[in-house]
Design a protein around this ligand. Structure first.
Ligand SMILES: *Cc1c(COP(=O)(O)O)cnc(C)c1O
Length: 394
């Protein structure tokens, strides 16, 4: 029924599983037959405080029964408060532009960088350097910024100029020229295979770029909002980028994106905008999400969940050397490299049948992004099911 409806009326852009989820409680989902699934995906890192979070639902309801949307032509109190909270939690002197998604946040970051490139140098600088295996979004520009040739389909050409990607951090230095305005990277490549970069290497790059007045843009759409154990991966790496982009986990499921920067005077009225960006609905939700997670971090509960989850993952990794070749990731952004893509497809399918949802990243990485509030019970059940699934792989 749902399958037929979906196939007839929704454009075919995703290879979909036909399951009809009806209800969620934290990291547990229930389908229409009341079969339960442990969710190690959190909607690709989005449902940071779990499904059906009552505090978030109440905060949204309290807000939208009064005002859902006004437009950015008027100041929006929960938006201003969210900007303040982001500055406080990131421990940086920053201001934020609010958008609706990760790609849109990255578009905003690129626009800001290009205007900086016009105002701060004698010749206009506009080039943005990215990295291989990166992922920055699905708009024409962010697809071009994405460092994976498979995304640059001729179907959508021509793409905007000014983007090139490098195989590794060390290659960035030599590809900078007098038109380069920014380097844009993730600190843990998410879609590319849950690959964290070396802290020293990142700190050296940040220092070098600062000396050259070239902007460092950190795409924290996936790593941000406590995913790696700190509010930002930037905090974990102890750097101060010029621009940070956020999205996935910020709204707890409500669409929101953010361009966070210490360059507060580059954009002036008219330079950038968004009808929906940062409206009452999304910022009321995000404020509550951050309150919950700040508390969760401060009480030590988040660190405990990370350790517990990590230990379970290591056990599984050691138990199946016939399937996995490496353990990757940080915090609650984790992965196991499968020996090949075919095996991984089989694993994901078996996991689904056993009632645990896992993701794919890159060609052969099983990616795990559970809700940050996942309980020990849910972790136990999820790994039991994962174990069952793996035991059936030949
Ligand atoms: C998901 C993701 C994006 C794109 O976000 P959307 O909300 O899908 O536009 C950009 N960058 C990174 C690192 C991501 O993980």
């Amino acid at each position: 029924m749902l399958e037929q409806l979906d196939k007839q009326y929704v454009l075919n852009t995703y290879p979909r599983n036909y399951v009809n989820f009806k209800k969620g409680i934290n990291a547990t989902l229930y389908d229409e037959n009341n079969k339960d699934y442990i969710d190690f995906t959190s909607g690709i890192g989005v449902v940071s405080v779990g499904h059906g979070n009552k505090e978030v639902a109440d905060a949204i309801y309290e807000q939208v029964k009064n005002i859902t949307h006004i437009s950015n032509l008027y100041a929006i109190e929960p938006q201003a408060k969210l900007g303040e909270k982001i500055a406080k939690l990131s421990n940086m002197d920053v201001a934020t532009f609010f958008a609706n998604s990760g790609a849109e946040a990255n578009e905003g970051a690129i626009k800001l960088a290009r205007k900086y490139g016009e105002t701060k140098f004698e010749n206009k600088r506009y080039k943005v350097i990215t990295l291989e295996h990166s992922f920055h979004g699905r708009t024409i520009t962010t697809v071009k910024a994405t460092g994976q040739s498979s995304f640059h389909s001729p179907s959508f050409a021509p793409y905007p100029d000014g983007f090139s990607f490098n195989p590794a951090i060390e290659d960035i230095y030599n590809s900078i020229d007098d038109e380069t305005v920014a380097v844009m990277i993730e600190l843990v490549q998410g879609e590319g295979g849950v690959q964290p970069f070396d802290k020293k290497e990142i700190q050296e790059l940040a220092k070098f770029l600062k000396e050259q007045n070239i902007l460092l843009i950190i795409d924290e759409v996936q790593t941000g909002i406590y995913r790696t154990g700190e509010f930002l991966a930037t905090n974990l790496y102890e750097i101060e980028p010029d621009i940070i982009t956020l999205a996935k986990g910020l709204g707890g499921g409500v669409p929101i994106g953010a361009v966070v920067t210490k360059h507060k005077d580059i954009f002036t009225p008219g330079d950038h905008g968004s009808t929906f960006g940062g409206n009452y609905l999304s910022t009321a939700s995000a404020n509550k999400v951050l309150d919950i997670l700040e508390d969760y971090k401060n009480t030590g509960a988040l660190d405990e969940a990370i350790i517990y989850f990590g230990n379970k993952l290591s056990e599984i990794y050691k138990k199946y050397p016939n399937i996995f070749t490496a353990q990757v990731g940080l915090g609650l952004m984790r992965g196991l490299r499968a020996k090949d893509g075919e095996t991984l497809q089989e694993v994901i399918k078996k996991c689904f049948e056993e009632g645990v949802l896992v993701l794919k990243a890159g060609k052969n990485t099983m990616r795990l992004l559970p809700p940050l509030t996942i309980t020990k019970d849910e972790i136990n059940i999820g790994f039991e099911r994962l174990d069952n699934a793996l035991s059936k792989i030949k």
